[in-house]
Design a protein around this ligand. Structure first.
Ligand code: LRH
Ligand code: MN
Ligand code: MN
Length: 387
């Protein structure tokens, strides 16, 4: 049996980066509903992220999206964040909202558009020098809607050339992570649709380039934990964008749609050394809160990851290894299921209390008066939306 005490040091190291955009209003193409207390500035988004960390001890950094989080002085934003006890983390480039990118960005057929997109990424690297960020995360909306619209092969070559120029701009401690997504906004083909394409592209670049796995970016039924295992095995799993999906790229709360899938993913993370000291894997959320409150939504999310990590760590390894060695199929499966069905919440509450954190971060936040205060204070100005 694996004890809670034996897994606590690993849990203590766990850090989950929050996306600044989770704190803005979001919605579908049908409607974006406003929520009282929604941030009006990049600083207010960071302050909300810091609140999630204050109550959970789990979220010491915030990812930025450029230009959504454009400010005049990124050094000052960094000092502001650090004053609240959080760091600025991954910088996400954005080449999907400018008219120039209608037919793509880094993979575009026109060299002038590729130049503009490459320059945006080089600017992101400069911003990272000011914010103290390690990772540049690239997700591309590039693709086509109709067969024949453009050359699949040529676009892949253009992408490789563009990425090589961005990679050449990295400082030694900086990394590039390339996120894949199988569809949307392009519907016929996407230029980085799957882990294999991301892996092929980042492998050609070098050691500082890795793959980002967004859990919502796979076709239904995909065995995501297999991909996690393979990327860890190849040393190329750079980061996770956690969220959950029912139908498409729903960006719902991680662990909400399919808790068992999150468990299976985290079991492979543990097995592949993804939680070891010095692991290259950065854990992030990439979510939107369309109808639920945002700070509670993020608190729920990081707790879901923590609870499922604890269960994955509780898997009885010697028992599993023995069952596997003797081809005890049901026995091996039972070892995994025992850990999955373990209610870790009481042990986590005790452990949190012992570290000076609230036993129940959600209840503590809701009872703190902060939601009401933010709703009263944040009037005037324009509430931010996630884009
Ligand atoms: C694309 C994506 C990518 C973007 C984010 C807002 O669907 O997952 O990570 O940066 O959404
Ligand atoms: Mn993502
Ligand atoms: Mn997405």
């Amino acid at each position: 049996m694996t004890t809670f005490e034996s897994i606590a040091p690993t849990l203590e190291r766990q850090a989950i980066e929050l996306p600044s955009w989770a704190f803005g209003n979001s919605g579908t193409r049908f409607k974006v509903f406003g929520t009282p207390g929604t941030p009006r500035t990049a600083e207010e988004k960071i302050a909300d992220a810091a609140r999630v960390h204050e109550y959970t001890g789990l979220a010491p950094s915030v990812a930025l999206h450029i230009p959504w989080d454009e400010v005049d002085d990124f050094g000052a934003l960094r000092s502001y964040a650090e004053g609240l006890g959080v760091a600025l983390g991954t910088v996400n480039s954005n080449t999907f909202q400018d008219d120039a990118y209608k037919f793509g960005s880094l993979a575009h057929s026109d060299a002038a558009v590729r130049r503009k997109a490459i320059d945006h990424h080089l600017r992101c690297l400069d911003i990272m020098r000011e914010t103290g960020s390690r990772d540049l995360k690239i997700w591309l909306a590039d693709g086509t809607n109709y067969p024949g619209q453009d050359s699949l092969r040529q676009r892949q070559d253009h992408l490789a050339e563009s990425l090589a120029e961005i990679y050449a701009g990295l400082d030694p401690e900086q990394r590039l992570v390339l996120e894949y997504k199988f569809f949307e906004p392009a519907f016929y083909h996407t230029d980085v649709p799957d882990w294999g394409t991301s892996y092929a592209q980042v492998s050609a670049l070098g050691d500082q380039a890795l793959t980002c796995l967004d859990t919502g970016h796979h076709a239904p039924g995909t065995n995501i934990e297999f991909i996690v295992m393979q990327l860890l095995r190849l040393g190329k799993l750079g980061s996770f964008d956690f969220n959950s999906r029912f139908y498409a790229d729903d960006d719902l709360i991680v662990g909400a749609a399919d808790p068992f899938q999150l468990f299976r993913i985290l079991f492979e993370v543990v097995d592949g050394g993804g939680l070891d000291v010095g692991s290259p894997v950065q854990f992030m959320l990439d979510q939107c809160h369309n109808v639920e409150d945002k700070i509670p939504g993020q608190i729920r999310s990081v707790l879901n990851v923590q609870e499922m990590t604890a269960r994955a760590l509780l898997v009885d390894r010697p028992a599993l290894d023995a069952a596997r060695a003797s081809h005890d199929v049901l026995g091996a499966n039972a070892v995994l299921m025992d850990a999955f069905y373990t209610d870790v919440r009481p042990a986590l509450a005790d452990w949190r209390e012992s570290r000076g954190l609230p036993r129940d971060p959600m209840a503590a936040y809701l009872a703190s008066g902060t939601p009401e205060r933010l709703a009263a204070e944040r009037v005037g100005g324009k509430q931010l939306s996630w884009t």
